[in-house]
Write a protein that binds this ligand. Structure first.
Ligand code: S3P
Length: 428
């Protein structure tokens, strides 16, 4: 499906953002490992968390969904069942990587499959530690899905300094560790999102710059009955749209404000974005606040490696903000974006080139020579079936002189099913 996006005179309104995708995945997985019922409110209706629900059902867990409320009859750690068919993770890297940890830890046998994009993403990062823990994993070309996972012997604890700052990898190993008699220890130097540690209430020790996180069978898996905050990663599209558009006022209630997720908020504020944060409070283990943004004058910024994990999913939309800043912005240390749903650095380079932007692409980032008067070419943008690329192209298109087309626009349903509706709501 192609979507046409027209330039708009104004962007005004209040948006009910989609519930947080990362927390939605984890809530169902962890509720399944809790013994007893959990009721999760404001659960995402996006395609990725739906894949997780289906996989947990495949492992013998009863999960029911009524609008945005999900009830999970948790079976605990010892009563997951080997599925009869494949577990289909769809487009979702979080589903495949976290679930692999649960399967390896629990000792059930399962085959995990994914769509074309997920089947082209490296799984070596999780195969190596899980194999060290005693799992037997067969993968296509030793690296890619389908993954066949079993654990014939006993589960070995692991001492694991993270080779890359990935929350999916960290969570995978910690989840496998939850099944072990001895403690597994994951050591993180650059902090990545910490929902797993928070929701499982894991033991953490800070030693210098290192964060040591522990999991073992003696950790009680808590009930997961809470209201999921709205997704900061979805909010970021409107924060940028509101900041770059000359006539904008957008309100975004109940947004997740986990400090390991909102680097993009700090970055936009440093760029001069007029963003207000109000009514800060906690929902369960997670901080939440109302955000609003109005038209702003943006200045250039430099994003270096240490900030990347905390804005990993927001880099594409931050690049759109940089196009409208009054100077040269730079991103480095962002090579990991080449391993997302698509090679996001390459996809953004194509988008910027088509839009007529002034930029240089590097292996690990970009230099973007911004201009507050920049008017992007109106054209047809390829999303490469990547939800965050499609939404970034939509925000860019609103700033053109004429309508643009976004190709494969249906992919926004992966994380933000109401994106196109919300866009028309803001422009009407
Ligand atoms: C996620 C972690 C990030 C992020 C992804 C969701 C998670 O991936 O890009 O969209 O929920 O743990 P990495 O941890 O692999 O960087």
């Amino acid at each position: 499906m192609n979507k046409e996006v027209s330039p708009t005179r104004a962007l005004n309104g209040t948006i009910k953002l989609p519930p947080d995708k990362s927390i939605s995945h984890r809530s169902v997985m962890f509720a399944s490992l809790h013994e007893g019922r959990s009721v999760i409110r404001n659960f995402s209706s996006a395609a990725d968390p739906h894949s997780t629900i289906e996989c947990m059902r495949g492992l013998g867990v009863t999960v029911s969904k009524n609008e945005s409320t999900v009830a999970v009859e948790g079976v605990g750690r010892d009563r997951l069942q080997s599925p009869e068919g494949d577990l289909d993770c769809g487009n979702s890297g979080t589903t495949m990587r976290l679930l692999s940890g649960i399967i390896a830890g629990s000792g059930v046998s399962a085959r995990l499959i994914g769509d074309e994009s997920l089947s082209a993403r490296t799984m070596k990062r999780i195969i190596d530690p899980l194999t060290e823990m005693g799992a037997e994993i067969t993968a296509r070309e030793d690296d890619f899905a389908p993954l066949e996972i079993s654990r014939p012997g006993s589960l070995k604890p692991l001492h694991f300094p993270l080779p890359i700052p990935s929350a999916q990898l960290k969570s995978c190993v910690l989840l496998a560790g939850l099944f072990g008699d001895k403690q597994t220890e994951v050591i993180e130097t650059l902090p990545s999102r910490d929902h797993t540690e928070r929701l499982l209430n894991l033991t953490i020790k800070k030693i210098g710059d290192e964060k040591h996180i522990y999991s073992s069978r003696t950790d009680k898996v808590p009930e997961q009955s809470y209201r999921i905050p709205n997704d900061f990663s979805a909010a970021a599209f409107w924060l940028v749209a509101g900041a770059i558009h000359p006539n904008a006022e957008i309100s975004l209630p109940n947004v997740g404000m986990n400090p390991t997720r909102f680097a993009a908020l700090d970055i936009l504020k440093q760029m001069g974005a007029n963003i207000t944060v109000s009514d800060e409070h906690n929902e369960g283990a997670e901080p939440v606040a109302d955000l609003s943004v109005v038209s702003s004058k943006l200045h250039p910024i430099e994003i270096t490696e240490e900030f990347v994990p905390n804005c990993i999913d927001e880099i594409p939309i931050l690049m759109i903000a940089m196009l409208f800043a009054d100077g040269v912005s730079r991103i480095s240390g962002a090579e990991e974006l080449r391993h997302k749903e698509t090679d996001r650095l390459a996809a953004m380079a194509k988008m910027l080139e088509k839009a007529g932007a002034d930029f240089t692409e590097y292996e690990d980032g970009f230099e973007i020579r911004g201009n507050p008067d920049f008017v992007p070419e109106s054209t047809s943008f390829n999303s490469y079936h990547d939800h965050r690329i499609a939404m970034s192209a939509a925000v860019l298109s609103m700033m053109g002189d004429h309508p643009s087309q976004i190709q494969h626009a249906e992919c926004t349903a992966i994380s933000y099913p109401s994106f196109w509706n919300d866009l028309s709501l803001l422009t009407n």
